[in-house]
Design a protein around this ligand. Structure first.
Ligand SMILES: CC(C)(COP(=O)(O)OP(=O)(O)OC[C@H]1O[C@@H](n2cnc3c(N)ncnc32)[C@H](O)[C@@H]1OP(=O)(O)O)[C@@H](O)C(=O)NCCC(=O)NCCS
Length: 170
């Protein structure tokens, strides 16, 4: 078990981009991560990482202009995505801490709705989000594409639940 006091949650910087590839597991997302970093410099996104003794062990990104916000016409809704914790550090509350930090950033920007999409077969994640107060509000075929590190367009199709939570200042 990792000592929670040594887990640092902070904003990612350019120097973290390689570490976000997790020793090759996510190299195919290199361009997407660079784009997300550029977006963060324009204020459209926040990239949070969890770090333990200099190693990036988790991440969550916040997007402030999601198309899903059309479901909540009278309020600002942010989208949490690219959420993951390295397997050996799971089930120790780090994911929960990342979501809580992301929610507090949304609230500071006067965003009172948080949205997450989760693959329908990702039962562990659905359960975690439910325990954090999220509920399913719609479904989506989950069709999207990205350009991989070789410049090839990759199509993804992964049916998802869209989950939401009303954020309240405590
Ligand atoms: C989803 C994910 C980010 C969660 O991260 P995590 O750090 O394991 O999350 P937490 O530790 O906060 O919570 C996970 C579970 O551990 C439990 N837990 C939290 N702290 C704990 C502790 N100290 N001791 C034992 N269990 C604990 C939580 O209650 C939760 O229980 P549940 O499985 O019954 O819901 C992680 O599983 C992951 O990276 N999965 C692969 C990628 C993925 O699916 N991402 C989500 C895409 S939508």
């Amino acid at each position: 078990m990792v000592d929670q006091t040594v887990v640092l949650i902070r904003h990612a910087t350019d120097a973290d981009l390689l570490a976000l590839e997790w020793d090759g597991e996510y190299t195919h997302y290199r361009r997407m991560y660079s784009h997300a970093m550029r977006d963060s410099k324009r204020g459209n996104r926040v990239l949070l990482v969890a770090e333990v003794e200099g190693e990036i062990i988790g991440q969550i990104f916040i997007y402030f202009r999601p198309s899903w916000s059309r479901h909540f016409p009278n309020e600002q809704a942010g989208y949490l995505h690219s959420f993951r914790v390295k397997s050996q550090f799971r089930k120790q509350g780090i994911g929960t801490s990342l979501v809580h930090r992301a929610e507090s950033i949304l609230l500071k920007r006067a965003y009172h709705r948080s949205i997450i999409s989760v693959a329908k077969d990702n039962h562990d994640a659905v359960r975690l989000y439910q325990s954090l107060g999220y509920s399913i509000f719609t479904e989506d075929p989950g069709r999207w594409s990205y350009v991989d590190d070789h410049g090839r367009i990759q199509q993804v199709e992964e049916p998802v639940h869209l989950m939401q939570k009303r954020l309240i200042v405590k």
